[in-house]
Design a protein around this ligand. Sequence first.
Ligand code: HEM
Length: 280
Amino acid sequence: MDRLLEFLNNKGVVLLTINPFSILSETIPAIAIQTFVIVMGLLVVIGTLVDIIHKKNVKYFFENAKKAKKSAKKVLTTGEKTSVIIKTIASDIATTSELGAGKRRIAHLLGMYGTILFWISSVIMIFCYVSPSSITPVAWPIIWHVGAIMTVLGGSWFWFFLRVDVYSEAQPWYRIIQADLFVLALITTSLFGLIWSFLQSLNLNDRWDDKVFLILFIISNLVLFGGVYWSKFAHMFYKPGAAIQKNLAEADGSRDNLPPPADAPEKYGMGIKREAPKHY
Ligand code: HEM
């Protein structure tokens, strides 16, 4: 680890090794920073519950699963169910296989793992190493900064080039609608966090720059976590549930009451050879 630190110092990327929350706790009490994180967690729980109650999506999901079970061709043993669930976690969830091969999936994986790294390292640094006197293991700030960079890259790639409005519907990239709330809040949170951390590490003392970006970082977090009900945030809970149900329904033969695939060659005409399907 010392070698890694020395290498990073030599390369002038010392910023990556600084726990920004520990510097922040010299001016804002650690308990206030920790309370902020807890409030953000509560906002996610409340937003998701209100979403579930209002849209009745989870109720529909379980009713549908119960209905499908009646047409199951076999009863799965606990071992078989466990195996389906493990395979779903390893493929559908961990690699978002639903997005197929290509740019869309790579951009999503960058953003998803970037966000997971950013959130985990934030919680560890804020709850375990926030006091100015504690020494943060160098891995955590590195994970935090790398996670933020991955989120900005994956999220921006998706938002500027791959989202359906731009990619398939020829809308200009600057058109913003409510559906963009999640991805934009995700990108801005990581971007403002990175800029704030960089400016703070410069020791600007009474200058205003880092404080402005700290405020922007706080506001974008409030939008991200406070906007769960209005944004696509909760898909990270719904999608895994739906993938597990789909694969269990495949394994027990009920197929969610959908007809089996046609026993005929796939004929889509010559058009499919000319252009990838993207006009949804
Ligand atoms: C920390 C976890 C996750 C993050 C940060 C994340 C982030 C995102 C973002 C930013 C989008 C674009 C939203 C938009 O349409 O504007 C998205 C879409 C999507 N996500 Fe996730 N996601 C996460 C977890 C998951 C999981 C676990 C799955 C599947 C099991 C999943 C499947 C999808 C799918 C299928 C889309 C639609 C993509 C498209 O329209 O091209 N996501 N996600």
